[in-house]
Design a binder for this molecule. Structure first.
Ligand SMILES: [Zn+2]
Length: 214
């Protein structure tokens, strides 16, 4: 299976932050009835504006972990994300896999993104980060993994199944959920997102962008 998060945990087990000696964040502690929606791999000229419209319709704020190369290509969309009050995070310049990339090259790619997107939060592509990379990067960033993947990137899942899986989870607050504002994820994302937002709002939860809490 090809995909941004392929082969990884849909829900990150409690031991993962311990492996990284608590240098990564998988949920926001001591928060009740707030969820943190995150959108990776954008900005994209068609998909991102549609996501922004959905978020605006429900007055919800989220976090976009953008790629530097896409910010360079679509600066107007990036500005729109910021103007609507969402947070932005660094997701590297070119979506590098930390496990397969020499450290200096990896840090350089993150710095390229940082020059376009100054932000205190970073999410490693594929969630793949060596321990020493996590150690080094944690001196500059809050490293954000996730509580739950939406699975919007899995092409053989129906949009209805993606929504159902999300709705079957129990949330208490503080969960960080991953979506993708990409063409590949868009059939599932654009179906599930508004319905899931409505479902969550009806339960009395609100949405927060990440950096306000960190
Ligand atoms: Zn990604």
């Amino acid at each position: 299976m090809k995909g941004c998060w392929s082969g990884l945990f849909r829900k990150i087990p409690a031991f993962i932050p311990l492996i990284y000696r608590n240098r990564v964040i998988t949920r926001i502690p001591e928060v009740s009835r707030k969820l943190y929606f995150t959108f990776d791999d954008g900005p994209h000229p068609e998909v991102t504006p549609r996501v922004l419209d959905i978020l605006e319709k429900y007055h919800t704020k989220a976090t976009f972990f953008v790629l530097g190369k896409n910010v360079e290509k679509y600066p107007d969309i990036f500005q729109k994300i910021k103007h609507q009050g969402h947070s932005t995070g660094n997701h590297t310049y070119s979506h590098l896999n930390g496990w397969k990339t020499p450290d200096e090259e990896y840090y350089h790619d993150i710095e390229l993104c940082n020059q376009l997107v100054p932000t205190p939060i970073f999410r490693p592509p594929y969630g793949r980060l060596k321990l020493r990379q996590a150690h080094y990067l944690s001196t500059q960033y809050q490293i954000i993994l996730w509580t739950l993947l939406s699975l919007d990137f899995i092409e053989n899942l129906n949009p209805e199944d993606v929504l159902k899986k999300l709705m079957n989870e129990s949330f208490r607050g503080g969960e960080i959920i991953v979506f993708h504002d990409s063409v590949k994820a868009s059939p599932r994302l654009l179906y599930a997102l508004p319905r899931f937002v409505e479902f969550i709002l009806e339960k009395g939860f609100t949405f927060e962008p990440l950096s306000r809490e960190l």
